[in-house]
Design a protein around this ligand. Structure first.
Ligand code: ADP
Length: 356
């Protein structure tokens, strides 16, 4: 018995030392949220000493940057016994705001009742500020680039109308090339803007009910008009309705088809199939191109990820199309996946829930 006690004591001593020397800021509250313990990292980060913090509640750190809903969500989760992770904007004793990634975990007694909450947090202000700056830059640069592009597009179209097509076939051909490249740049910039909207939680979805087969047919036909190198072959039918943001789903299909074309320069067709199963519609975009090795198939959905391939260095892109596609499909409660074999081609699939 005595041995067990001394073992337990030793364990407690070890854990206490770990908490005291931890780089993370740690505090413990009772069930009502009254602070009972803070570690030295907490004192260093917040500027509040042990004596100032103990007996207070975490309201001590409130910055006024979060609304009531934010705190309610937190309390609902931890009172239900769940571990909760979130990003706080907190305020130090000297008034400085800082970003803290915090994990709050309930500690229960033997009867399963919550007795304490343990909170462990890390100062991520530097990283957050860099992210905000990058997002701001992307957003500003994209807006600045959009305006001249719109003008170039308008004048190109004006010239296309003015120049007699019959006698100036070559000029028309040049203008259509300019037009295509302007469209490509506009898409790229819109994609960049969407990334910055996603990162700042501002990408909105305007969902409406559509006939799915009609939507896909229209999208594919529109795309085919600007593509000479490949034939887009549309197959299948669903006769189902979906509740989606048509423009955003259009972006997904456009990105998948453009990739299929880009990464199958030797081929001349892309097969787009659509059918339905178990409450979902499924679209597949199949190409007969360079394919994607198994080891890379998960990573290609990450932001800015591109496969380094010496044979295909002349292909342009930023590595954002698939990231955007997966964000958009997730926001519609669908799935995006891939089947591919190197040098044989790829099939990208996405599913969307059917509107009952
Ligand atoms: P981007 O095409 O602009 O580089 P994406 O996010 O659309 O960015 O794609 C990420 C990467 O996935 C690409 O760089 C490419 O290496 C690979 N990839 C995407 N689609 C295909 C495809 N159909 N066939 C082969 N590789 C592809």
């Amino acid at each position: 018995m005595a041995k067990t006690n001394s073992n337990q004591n030793e364990t407690v001593q070890k854990l206490l030392a770990a908490i005291e020397y931890a780089a993370d800021s740690i505090f413990i509250t009772d069930k009502q949220g009254i602070i009972e313990y803070v570690n030295p990292a907490f004192e260093k980060l917040t500027g509040y000493s042990k004596d100032e913090a103990i007996g207070n509640t975490p309201k001590l750190l409130y910055s006024g940057e979060h609304d009531r809903k934010f705190y309610k969500k937190l309390w609902d989760a931890v009172l239900a016994g769940k571990v909760y992770r979130t990003l706080f904007i907190n305020k130090k004793k000297n008034g400085t705001l800082y970003y803290e990634e915090e994990t709050i975990a309930p500690v229960k007694n033997k009867q399963g009742k919550i007795r304490y909450f343990v909170s462990a947090g890390r100062d991520v202000t530097k990283r957050k500020k860099q992210e905000i700056q990058t997002e701001y830059f992307i957003s500003m640069a994209s807006h600045e680039l959009k305006t001249p592009l719109t003008t170039i597009k308008a004048y190109t179209q004006l010239l296309q109308k003015k120049i007699d097509k019959k006698n100036n076939a070559q000029q028309h051909y040049y203008l259509s090339k300019i037009n295509n490249k302007v469209d490509f740049l506009t898409r790229l910039i819109n994609n960049l803007l969407d990334v910055s909207r996603i990162k700042s939680g501002k990408l909105e979805y305007d969902k409406k009910i559509y006939d799915f087969d009609w939507m896909i047919k229209e999208l594919v036909e529109d795309l085919q008009r600007g593509i000479d190198s490949h034939q887009l072959i549309l197959k299948g039918k669903t006769q189902k309705q979906v509740n989606v943001d048509k423009n955003r789903i259009g972006e997904v299909v456009t990105n998948l088809i453009n990739n299929a074309i880009k990464y199958s320069p030797e081929a001349n067709k892309i097969i787009i199939n659509h059918n339905d199963t178990n409450g979902s519609v499924i679209v597949s975009v199949q190409d007969f191109g360079i394919g994607i090795p198994k080891s890379q198939q998960k990573k290609i959905f990450d932001l800015f990820y591109q496969i380094k391939d010496k044979e295909n260095t002349n292909i342009v892109g930023l590595g954002i199309g698939l990231y955007l596609a997966s964000e958009i499909i997730n926001a519609h409660k669908g799935k995006l996946w891939i089947e591919s074999e190197k040098n044989k081609g790829s099939i990208f699939y996405f599913s969307l829930p059917i509107k009952e």
